[in-house]
Write a protein that binds this ligand. Structure first.
Ligand code: 15L
Length: 264
């Protein structure tokens, strides 16, 4: 039985993953942040604490096979906070993975690593990084770090460029970026179980008709999404698009206009 260490267990993605991973028979140790997590069943082990502390990392990773790293700051924030949570903590967690012989890391990257690509472009997996802010930039670091730990230390790595992980798509941009919960669970399970991955970056996205991203590389994982935001198009198109002109121009949506310098 594969034992998974899941960081970010109290976050919006972690809360969906925990029952789903347990239901599929994985061993699971989930970590919360500053507050203790309540185990959702007797099978779930829990821990909590600041991942910049190696002792906390040891409690999370000892005896586990695969780390699903969902913790960290998940939106645009001042750079010092991003450096602590998304760079420094990541370093401590990845060093912990080395210490404990974790064989694979699934890293929650984000579409914001490429968010300054215009919405008209269809991106392949090897497209240029074009972060739409310091949050996206921190994910570029995370992807490069995931790659480095495979190249230098033989820890397999998958960078998941997650789109909009929501139960339902609710706004125009989600017609391109939505990752439905069923697909998200399927994708994570494939990331844990697919053999011989080495290093891989994939988009975390459903089978959206209007997707910004060509996810053919994800076939290596055996990931075949079944949800499509287009099923909600009529409802979404009847509502006002909340994005301003800059947000509508770039794939990163509302993060693109933040601290943006207008150009002619
Ligand atoms: C993300 O990476 C964020 O964590 C989330 O809050 C959303 O902004 C999402 O991307 C998105 O692009 O919709």
């Amino acid at each position: 039985m594969t034992k998974i260490a899941l960081s970010g267990g109290s976050g919006s993605i972690g809360r969906v993953l925990r029952p789903a991973l347990l239901a599929r028979g994985f061993g699971l140790r989930s970590a919360g942040g500053s507050r203790p997590l309540e185990p959702i069943s007797p099978e779930e082990e829990v821990c909590h604490g600041d991942l910049r502390d190696p002792a906390v990392v040891d409690r999370l990773l000892a005896g586990t096979d695969v780390l699903v790293h969902m913790a960290g700051t998940s939106n645009e924030k001042p750079l010092p906070e991003l450096i602590e949570n998304n760079l420094r903590a990541l370093y401590e967690v990845y060093e912990g993975a080395r210490r404990h012989g974790v064989r694979r890391i699934v890293f929650a990257s984000s579409n914001h690593a490429t968010g300054m690509h215009p919405v008209e472009e269809k991106l392949e997996l090897d497209c240029d990084y074009r972060p739409d802010g310091f949050y996206g930039l921190s994910k570029v670091w995370g992807e490069a770090m995931t790659r480095m730990y495979w190249d230098k230390h033989g820890i397999e790595g998958i960078s998941l460029r997650i789109g909009s992980a929501e139960e339902r798509p609710t706004q125009f941009r989600h017609l391109s970026t939505w990752l439905g919960h069923e697909d998200m669970i399927e994708l994570i399970v494939r990331c844990v179980t697919a053999p011989d991955i080495g290093y891989l970056a994939v988009w975390g996205v459903s089978a959206n008709t209007r997707s910004y991203w060509d996810n053919s590389g994800a076939e290596r994982l055996g990931y075949h999404p079944r949800q499509n935001a287009e099923d909600y198009a009529a409802e979404i198109l009847s509502k006002t698009n909340p994005l301003d002109a800059v947000g509508r121009r770039y794939q990163g949506g509302s993060l693109a206009p933040m601290n943006y310098t207008p150009q002619d």
